[in-house]
Design a protein. Structure first.
Length: 460
């Protein structure tokens, strides 16, 4: 890509920001717009990017607007087509690409490991990247979360041609990719505002499998309702927690630890210790280890990496872990994600009351899955339900958090405005508290953590 300048509309998104960092590393002039200032946009500014927060072309440096031959414009589908800057660049004839197109171009020039799935893709891709990074193999990685081991969502290598990337199904973005190894963690229906039907959603995953290069590999969770459409030279393998070509056995959970033996058709790797000890991470680890093995990572490198894996921020992210109170944050925003996360947390803390705060994400997702959300959240002992975070959507008449609330059967439940949350937590007895959601609930985390530390006298 022979551009001197790259401008991002929606630069603060987790996927957009790693591309911005990539182009900064290549010496390009990088700038962008985002709706709100966040720690991520502040970090990009410190790293040399121009970032502003008003939809105003006049505020842009001339370097981004005067030379359409040397400037690439990248946008996220979450930005409306009426966005003023997007309209300007389009009318002026600039080259405009979706984020997924740009990532696709990068993956085509490397051996790409692409992780797809309704849920699990950030954790699996992060684990895979860490397995490769700490080994003699190494990798580049474009991740959908900030990996704690590196405090970044971008990993670059000058010695490896492997690139790990999340394959996002939203807006069929993953159809721009060309995997060498593809992993599919799940295909539970989502984004029905885009796909219309569950069948169309799953068909998009089948299309994704058809993009795997000849002589590549597909590693798919056993039981996922996707029929691979692969080249006859592609190796198709299954995985699972306790079933599939790759699986775990001799699972031991206790004392805040999870250990297991990894089993493949070729061999067994015994006594793997999970760095982030939640039950769902057993199957996530199995998928990541399977991919790493196919890249030549050794048994001892695998043991070391899994033991030292710190996880991604907002994925089973432990903020407080004490006898008095446990505080966890998780990005789960789909009913199946919630169910898996709650199951894992209750397995880790079987004798403690688990209170969950959930912020629904999108009106359409709430409308389409209200019953399923209610069923998943009912696994909690206590539910605090916030208002819907709309993101890119306008309100839908009759759709609010109330339709989820009505389906929840937990012994305790309450509807709560975000502004009232801290006061509610101040007076509520808590043992294990978990925040869930993909909206802006993460902005409350510092205040919640401070409140809990003062309330329970936790100083570590």
């Amino acid at each position: 890509m022979n551009y001197e300048s790259v401008y991002f509309i929606g630069i603060g998104g987790i996927g957009m920001s790693n591309l911005a960092r990539y182009f900064l590393s290549k010496g390009k002039r990088v700038g962008g717009y985002d709706r709100t200032e966040t720690p991520l946009t502040q970090a990009l500014q410190k790293e040399g990017a121009f970032v502003h927060y008003e939809d105003d072309v006049q505020a842009l440096p001339a370097a981004f607007t005067n030379d359409k031959e040397k400037t690439l414009v990248v946008y996220t589908p979450a930005v409306p087509a009426t966005h003023g800057e997007l309209v300007f660049f389009s009318e002026q004839g600039f080259t405009i690409m979706k984020r997924a197109q740009v990532l696709g171009e990068i993956t085509k020039t490397s051996d790409a490991i692409c992780v797809a799935g309704t849920h699990g893709k950030t954790t699996v891709s992060s684990m895979t990247a860490h397995l490769l990074r700490q080994s003699h193999v190494d990798c580049n990685a474009f991740l959908g979360g900030i990996l704690k081991n590196y405090d970044s969502n971008l990993l670059l290598s000058d010695k490896s041609n492997i690139t790990v990337a999340e394959a996002d199904e939203y807006d069929r973005s993953f159809h721009w990719l060309r995997p060498w190894i593809a992993i599919i963690t799940s295909a539970d229906p989502d984004h029905l505002d885009i796909y219309g039907t569950e069948e169309a959603y799953r068909e998009s995953f089948e299309k994704f499998t058809s993009l795997i290069r000849p002589h590549g590999s597909l590693i798919m969770k056993k039981g996922v309702p996707v029929t691979p459409q692969v080249d006859e030279t592609v190796t198709v393998m299954t995985y699972g927690e306790e079933e599939g070509d790759y699986h775990a056995e001799n699972i031991r959970i206790g004392g805040g630890e999870i250990r297991f033996d990894f089993v493949s058709p070729e061999k067994k790797i015994t006594d793997i210790l999970l760095g982030v000890p939640v039950k769902i991470n057993i199957e996530n680890a199995v998928a990541a280890i399977a991919a790493a093995m196919r890249c030549g990572v050794t048994d001892e490198e695998i043991r070391h990496a899994m033991r030292t894996f710190g996880g991604a921020k907002r994925r089973f992210d432990f903020h407080i872990k004490s006898q008095e109170i446990v505080f966890i944050d998780d990005y789960a925003h789909h009913p199946q994600e919630l169910s898996a996360a709650i199951h894992s947390i209750k397995a880790l803390y079987p004798d403690r009351k688990v209170t969950g705060i959930f912020q629904p994400h999108l009106y359409t997702r709430t409308r389409d899955f209200a019953d399923d959300f209610g069923h998943s959240l009912s696994q909690l002992d206590d539910v605090i339900l916030l208002d819907i975070y709309p993101a890119r959507e306008e309100p839908i008449p009759g759709v609010s958090s109330q339709i989820i609330y009505d389906e929840i059967t937990s012994p305790e439940k309450v509807l709560c405005r975000k502004e009232e949350l801290l006061e509610l937590l101040r007076h509520k007895p808590l043992e294990v508290l978990v925040t869930f959601g993909a909206g802006d609930i993460d902005r409350l985390l510092p205040d919640i953590e401070n409140l809990l530390r003062k309330k329970y006298g936790v100083n570590d």
